[in-house]
Design a binder for this molecule. Structure first.
Ligand code: NAD
Length: 458
């Protein structure tokens, strides 16, 4: 691994600012690789998961990654340009600008839940910004990780981008390398370890972490409109999505109506689960058992579990887990203490909006927050009185797909961000440059100080 890093480092030192044509060519190769091998990517992820909906892979991995690469290609020339910066009057006629320079070698650690997209979208931004890239995908998606390695080896020279595979031990050695930037997507607990390792090298980090993202069902929300959108965000990838709504906050008197709306919405989307190609499996036996344990713990502590896909009842079908609502959830239950990352939706009943906001603000800062309703006054209160990585109003997930918005967490859900130009800037050093003019008044700021500078400071 160290040898592979040294090759990348030497190349980035030899060519500190790769020109537009080099970067564009790298992005084109990334695009071609994705387009040409999309069916292999779909199959590899599905085999790793047990079953992953081919449509979900097409939308959330292939399409979204290609859209990112395309956007980087389209804007590359303008994003690379130095930015002109206003110069204060007393420094005129000097000029100021910001140069966007590559950082050098960027390390990217990716998780298993969207193993292609979360590896290649940051890689596209890092390559666009002129860096070389070393990528470590997850060991929990071994087929996809091996495929990434093979495809990157075919399409990129060892000094441009390389893939190393392995689990926690490899990850630990990887994060100890003296990268110029380390970009980590994964759990908050591993993010903490990675940040500590990076700190030893003073390597700056972007941490894209997880957490419990709430969905607030507002007082005047139309439940027949909200339920399908909430179910979409919760059941995409069977809930194994960092920005999935983790739990729902529902006005106490509307809980029965909410249950009915969710049952209808899920029945329309997934009339069955076990044999439904649109419904994804839980990725590993360990994650599957964990979710069953969360459910058992909630039941033991008094929760009522309501199935959302009636034909299958609740419970497991192979490694597919039928979606359920968990009524009467409270903080004593494990599923309200951990990020759920599966198709279980606890419902927390609230009496007033104040109570709902206080509940959210008692916890860690979430990666995403969702609010459904029509009242702009209530919406503004929710936006102003909570802190979250990002928000979608009247739907779920979509703020992440809006490439022009930065994506990233806050507090325990992460630091830094990317997507669109924000990604380009994350992987660039914006170098401030002041160009002094030949004729200027700066002499008054040098000793021996005299009247002009005294007058200026008066
Ligand atoms: P994880 O933290 O277990 O693993 C992430 C990566 O870190 C993997 O490549 C893993 O091999 C590696 N790793 C494990 N131990 C390591 C160590 N000690 N040092 C360095 N690397 C190590 O996360 P996961 O289970 O793969 O993914 C699920 C988590 O990721 C959830 O919490 C989810 O919310 C979060 N996530 C966040 C985003 C986001 O964009 N914010 C996106 C997807 C997933």
């Amino acid at each position: 691994m160290r040898a592979a890093f040294d090759v990348l480092k030497a190349a980035s030192e030899a060519d500190r600012t790769p020109p537009y044509a080099t970067r564009l060519d790298r992005l084109r190769r990334l695009m071609a690789l994705t387009a040409q091998h999309q069916h292999r990517i779909v199959e590899a992820i599905s085999a790793d998961f047990g079953h992953r909906s081919a449509h979900e892979t097409q939308i959330a991995e292939i399409f979204s990654t290609m859209a990112t690469i395309r956007q980087n290609m389209r804007h590359l020339r303008s994003w690379m340009k130095p930015r002109r910066v206003a110069t204060p009057i007393h420094m005129l006629p000097g000029r100021s600008r910001l140069l966007r320079q590559p950082l050098g070698v960027v390390g990217i650690i990716a998780p298993w839940n969207y193993p292609f997209q979360l590896a290649f979208t940051p890689a596209a931004a890092a390559l666009a910004a002129g860096n070389s890239v070393m990528l470590k995908p997850s060991d929990l998606t071994p087929r996809l990780s091996a495929l990434l390695r093979e495809l990157v080896e075919q399409s990129f020279a060892a000094h441009e981008m390389t893939v190393v595979t392995g689990g926690a031990e490899v990850g630990a050695a990887f994060s100890a390398l003296p990268f110029d930037h380390l970009f980590f997507t994964g759990s908050t607990s591993v993010g903490r370890i990675v940040a500590q390792a990076a700190a030893r090298n003073l390597t700056p980090v972007t941490l894209e972490l997880g957490g419990k993202s709430p969905a607030i069902i507002g007082a005047d929300c139309k439940l027949d409109e909200a339920a399908p959108r909430l179910a979409y965000g919760k059941l995409l990838n069977a809930g194994q999505t960092c920005v999935a709504p983790d739990y729902a906050l529902v006005q106490r008197e509307r809980v029965p109506e909410f249950v009915q709306a969710m049952q209808q919405a899920v029945a329309a989307m997934y009339p069955s689960v076990a044999d439904n190609p649109d419904y994804t499996s839980i990725a590993t036996p360990r994650h599957h058992e964990r979710l069953l344990r969360l459910l058992a713990d909630a039941r033991d502590k008094g929760a009522r579990v309501v199935p959302l896909a009636p034909q299958d009842g609740s419970g497991a079908c192979g490694r597919k887990l039928s979606p359920v609502l968990v009524l009467g959830a409270h903080d004593g239950m494990d599923l309200m203490r951990e990020e759920i990352f599966g198709p279980l939706l606890p419902v927390i009943a609230y009496d007033t909006l104040d109570d709902a906001l206080a509940y959210i603000n008692r916890g860690e800062r979430p990666l995403a927050l969702y609010w459904f309703g029509r009242s702009s006054a209530e919406r503004e209160r929710v936006l102003n009185e909570t802190i979250a990585g990002g928000v979608t109003v009247n739907d779920t997930i979509w703020h992440v797909a809006q490439e022009n918005l930065p994506f990233g967490g806050v507090g325990a859900s992460g630091m830094g961000g990317y997507h669109g130009e924000h990604g380009f800037r994350t992987f660039s050093k914006e170098k401030p440059v002041f160009i002094q003019a030949r004729w200027n008044s700066f002499g008054i700021f040098r000793a021996p100080y005299g009247r002009p500078v005294e007058r200026l400071l008066d």
